[in-house]
Design a protein around this ligand. Structure first.
Ligand code: SF4
Length: 338
């Protein structure tokens, strides 16, 4: 099977054109045609000379971007889509309305191997990682639902993006390319449970994306019960990597803290969290737990916890629940149990 031309970053496509004896500068027109104009026939791409197409056609294919198989719309306007790829692997993506903005939440994998005990995706296990075109297909599906365009993009759907880094990085570079969708990297956020080697790679890279780290719980044993990856990459070491990342990039990060009533929302938990991340340029996103298949939401303790963090000098944001009625809220994506 011929490789999909949509997998290539523009420098890679330029190199391929040079190898085929064509001018690398034709890559810009090819990119525009397959990414922005969604050309799917390599023998007739608009704006690309016939000779260049004749050189590319025997070497590459263009896989069609699958349209959503299902669309569910929440009472609050959240839209969740299920895409199914050629081998049947499903992935969900979500468009979240937030004030006057629309945020696209994409999946990086079909399922997830991390097994976080509170997460519906984790319960599915990993089917496979998604390719860059499959990630881009979700972006296109979200864009179609966003009349006024998308304001930002988060990798917080199914999967751990840092365990599919090659394809996620590729998708970021393609989506942000000026001849692709030209979506700013600074408006993309990658959320990880703390895969330290990739945090280090990101720190050393030229990417301008934003980093979010799922703390979930600050106490080590408790976190290990909720986030098994704690046993491989302990939070304390993750935080050291985050400090180096902030210094290298002159960036701030987001820490995500899911509040489980009666489990990790005690004043001592707030103090422990503040002690761990105090001094890091950051904001803490507080997320009231959404049990899969049941309405979750804010308890009075959530606001108190937020006040305790603020008193300890941290910037916080209480993330309002979105899409709970269509299982599109944080931790609920399970590809409709496909
Ligand atoms: S919370 Fe994220 S990393 Fe953990 S199982 Fe769910 S999708 Fe995977």
């Amino acid at each position: 099977m011929k490789p999909d031309i949509r997998e290539l970053t523009r420098p890679e496509l330029e190199a391929e054109l040079a190898r085929l004896g064509e001018k690398p500068s034709h890559a810009a027109a090819v990119y525009l045609a397959v990414h922005r104009r969604k050309g799917e026939d390599l023998s007739s791409l608009p704006g690309v000379p016939a000779r260049v197409l004749a050189a590319l056609s025997p070497a590459f294919s263009v896989s069609p971007l699958p349209p959503p198989e299902k669309l569910r719309v929440s009472r609050d306007g959240t839209r969740k889509m299920l895409l199914r790829f050629s081998d049947g692997a499903p992935a969900e993506c979500v468009v979240l309305p937030a004030k006057d903005r629309l945020v696209a939440c994409l999946s990086s994998q079909s399922g997830c191997a991390c097994g976080c005990t509170f997460c519906a995706t984790g319960a599915l296990g990993l089917r496979r990682s998604l390719t860059a075109p499959e990630i881009i297909a979700q972006f296109e599906a979200c864009l179609k639902q966003a009349d006024g365009g998308l304001s930002s993009l988060v990798f917080m759907g199914m999967g751990e993006p840092f365990l599919n880094w090659d394809n996620v990085e590729r998708a970021i570079r393609i989506l942000s390319d000026s001849r692709g969708r030209h979506f700013p990297q600074a408006k993309m956020t990658l959320s990880t449970v703390g895969i330290i080697p990739v945090i280090e790679k990101l720190a050393a890279s030229d990417l301008k994306v934003r980093l979010a780290v799922s703390v979930v719980a600050a106490e080590q044993e408790q976190r290990a019960r909720l986030v098994p990856m704690e046993r491989t990459y302990p939070l304390r070491k993750v935080i050291e990597a985050v400090k180096s990342y902030c210094a290298a990039k002159d960036a701030h990060v987001m820490f995500e803290y899911i509040l489980f009533p009666g489990v990790n929302d005690r004043p001592s938990d707030a103090a422990l969290l503040a002690g761990l991340i105090g001094g890091i340029p950051c904001r803490v996103n507080l997320i009231p737990y959404n049990p899969p298949g049941a309405p979750g939401g804010e308890t009075p303790r959530v606001k108190e916890f937020q006040r305790e963090l603020i008193a300890a000098g941290l910037r916080t944001y209480l993330r309002p629940e979105k899409g709970g009625d269509i299982a599109a809220a944080c931790g609920q994506l399970a590809a409709e149990r496909s």
